[in-house]
Design a protein around this ligand. Structure first.
Ligand code: S3P
Length: 175
């Protein structure tokens, strides 16, 4: 039984790499944000708006527990998931946690490419975004670093890089 849980900052590549990794290993893929949206029939920004961040974190924890009970899965978490409640300890107890440690240029590049709306960074100027990312990364790092495995990620511009990272994660989490 294999259960791989990908964590890391927004734009680190959790969803992109997770989907490919699951395909390679013959596992099912779940993205925690998408799962929350499907279960509650609400988009993430709408949940933030109606329930506040605290309300979102509560749903996120509950849905993490639903997903993490499934077997033979790759789960891509949200960027904040490891940093609330005892989520990080819980994930370590349930599976192979992998921290996608993306550098700031990779994060900014991926966020620019990504189409999904992220309430925490919506409406920020490039300068504000840069400061926000650096500050919140610093706060989140101690949580991310509790993962069992780490893969360093730089800006992904080619499909061959995706395959390389997927292979690295597969090797790290093989038993
Ligand atoms: C968040 C990251 C998002 C989503 C929500 C909050 C965060 O997920 O869960 O907008 O706190 O970093 P992604 O990391 O998939 O963007």
């Amino acid at each position: 039984m294999l259960r791989i849980i990908l964590i890391g900052y927004m734009g680190a590549g959790k969803t992109t790499l997770g989907r490919k990794l699951a395909k390679k290993l013959g596992l099912s893929f779940y993205d925690l944000d998408w799962y929350i949206e499907a279960r509650f029939r609400m988009k993430i920004p709408q949940i933030f708006e109606e329930k506040g961040e605290d309300g979102f974190r509560d749903l996120e924890k509950r849905m993490l527990h639903e997903l993490a009970e499934m077997e033979n899965v790759v789960i891509a978490c949200g960027g904040g998931t490891p940093c609330f409640y005892d989520n990080m300890e819980y994930m370590n107890s349930m599976g192979e946690t992998v921290f996608l440690n993306a550098d700031i240029d990779a994060i900014k590049g991926h966020l620019k490419m990504g189409k999904s709306v992220r309430p925490l960074i919506q409406g920020k100027s490039p300068e504000e975004l840069d400061i926000f990312i650096r500050e919140s990364m610093k706060e989140r790092m101690p949580f991310y670093q509790k993962a069992k495995h780490t893969v360093n990620i730089s800006l992904i511009t080619k499909n061959s890089q995706i395959d390389e990272y997927v292979n690295q994660i597969a090797d790290l989490t093989a038993d």
